[in-house]
Design a protein around this ligand. Structure first.
Ligand SMILES: O=P(O)(O)OC[C@H]1O[C@H](OP(=O)(O)OP(=O)(O)O)[C@H](O)[C@@H]1O
Ligand SMILES: Nc1ncnc2[nH]cnc12
Length: 175
């Protein structure tokens, strides 16, 4: 596992002062431009979810890079994938959660019909920074009938302490 994570970390790129001064942006896209890297990512996510969240029935991915993570592994695990999207993108009846950004608020939504009361949900995203996005997703699943069993991010920015207060949180690469 250590060696695989090192290989994944080595192919991602860092971009200082993007998209704003002071932010070092971690670019995960090189993981998807090469089939061997994609396989390696799938291996690492599959092994982690089988070990840490064995009862998972659905992965719920956070827009938009969480979709890439979830789709890299859901079919390998034989579980479904459901997106959480920013407001106004999903049709039909939705469950909605408002959350606070640096300035102002935003809203995330999930399709009500996509989850069942028997579902055991694992949230998945590429990266946790302040944790605001993941905490909104935790609250959103909490207002459905499904059960949240944990959350997984490939990367965690340790000094921001975004995972504090999120139960059963797992991250694989620490920066
Ligand atoms: O822990 P936080 O401070 O909330 O930040 C982490 C979130 O930020 C990024 O998404 P972004 O909103 O940039 O959207 P994208 O995935 O569509 O690029 C990242 O993919 C996480 O979802
Ligand atoms: N430093 C960072 N790199 C990539 N995505 C992010 N989302 C929030 N902070 C980020």
């Amino acid at each position: 596992m250590e060696e695989k994570l090192k290989q994944l970390n080595d192919c991602m790129t860092d971009h200082p002062d993007f998209p704003k001064p002071g932010i070092v942006f971690k670019n995960i896209m090189p993981l998807f431009s090469d089939p061997e890297r994609m396989k390696l990512l799938g291996d690492v996510l599959e092994e982690t979810i089988r070990e840490k969240f064995p009862g998972c029935t659905k992965l719920v991915g956070l827009e938009s890079r969480g979709f890439l993570m979830g789709m890299a592994v859901a079919s390998r695990l034989g579980v479904g994938f459901v997106p959480i999207r920013k407001k106004g993108k999903l049709p039909g009846e939705v469950v909605r959660q408002e959350y606070t950004l640096e300035y102002g608020t935003d809203v995330v939504e999930i399709e009500k019909a996509s989850l069942e009361a028997t579902d055991k949900i694992v949230l998945i995203d590429d990266l946790i920074a302040t944790g605001g996005t993941m905490k909104a997703a935790v609250k959103l699943i909490g207002s459905t009938e499904a059960t949240l069993v944990g959350a997984l991010c490939l990367i965690e920015i340790d000094f921001l302490k975004g995972k504090e207060g999120i139960d059963n949180f797992v991250s694989l690469i620490h920066i």
